[in-house]
Write a protein that binds this ligand. Structure first.
Ligand code: TA6
Length: 277
């Protein structure tokens, strides 16, 4: 069903057999996703703004057409305009297999974005970017997914071993991920590049793994602000940081994409929650 509670933040509330989800037209922002019989998958800050002029802290912000601060314009919104824009819902259907599929679209010159979300036991996202002009155009993109977890000290992420990453807590130094699974002992802000494959979040506290599978998305970003950085984020509770981790799928930094005139690109990311054996 479609709700417009009145604060200028209309949203689609999906209740499918296999899962529920909430998607705001603001930023085409998936704010909630919960498979039936499982815990919620996405973290939402209790102090998040839910306002047409502000980013939502949690769920799955769409970072586009740049990631992080804009290199050329410090006054431009961090992570680009897409998550602040009002998107248009162009399609909402129940598929034969009972999954619910929504399509949202938004022009962010010189690009046309089409975001297709398929809600079922897994959450599938497809982001299509078309260069609508007769000039080449470059972009970065990321689905900045906030996962709700039992405790940051107890989780680990596999699938990143051996990858080169940009460590944004160490002045963008380039390092190589060691073999053991990634664990967290402090502020973590890493852009793994040339990572076309999937990775897995292991959460023993929730007895759950979440496989993050992707196609045509060659970067994975991992972020947890820890204590000090959290204090600087007014839309995040000071004690929220142990309860989430961001594992983001996209194309950033070395993996930025240049489209020829009229060319289109399509990335997909699928979140696959699984009970731990
Ligand atoms: O995902 C990593 C990151 O780029 C961090 O550096 C941090 O800035 C985070 O995104 C959150 O950004 P936001 O603009 O949503 O506060």
């Amino acid at each position: 069903r479609f709700e417009d509670p009145g604060q200028g933040m209309p949203r689609a509330v999906i209740t499918a057999d296999a899962a529920t989800a909430v998607i705001y037209l603001h930023g085409a922002h998936i704010a909630e996703y919960q498979p039936t019989g499982d815990k919620p998958v996405l973290f939402m800050s209790p102090k998040s703004n839910i306002h047409p002029d502000k980013p939502i802290r949690g769920g799955i912000p769409i970072c586009f057409p740049w990631f992080g601060p804009n290199q050329h314009d410090p006054t431009a919104p961090p992570h680009g305009q897409a998550r602040l824009a009002a998107w248009q819902l162009t399609q909402a259907t129940k598929l034969p297999d009972q999954r619910v599929q929504l399509t949202l679209t938004r022009d962010i010159a010189p690009f046309r974005l089409t975001f297709t979300i398929t809600v079922g036991q897994e959450l599938q996202m497809q982001l299509r970017t078309e260069n609508t002009t007769n000039q080449p155009a470059q972009f970065e993109q990321a689905l900045h997914t906030y996962f709700t977890i039992s405790k940051i000290h107890d989780i680990e992420i596999t699938g990143l071993a051996g990858l080169s990453y940009i460590d944004k807590t160490r002045n963008a130094e380039r390092l190589t991920q060691a073999n053991p699974p990634l664990r967290f002992e402090g502020e973590t802000d890493r852009v793994y590049i040339n990572h076309p494959g999937h990775c897995t979040l292991h959460d023993p506290g929730y007895k759950r793994n979440i496989v993050i599978e992707k196609h045509n998305a060659n970067s994975t970003i991992v972020w947890n602000p820890w204590t000090d950085k959290s204090l600087k984020l007014p839309d995040l509770g000071d004690d929220d940081w142990p309860g989430f981790v961001c594992i983001e799928s996209g194309n950033v930094a070395d993996n930025a994409i240049t489209l020829a005139p009229s060319e289109a690109h399509e990335m997909t990311a699928t979140l696959r929650p699984q009970p731990q054996a």
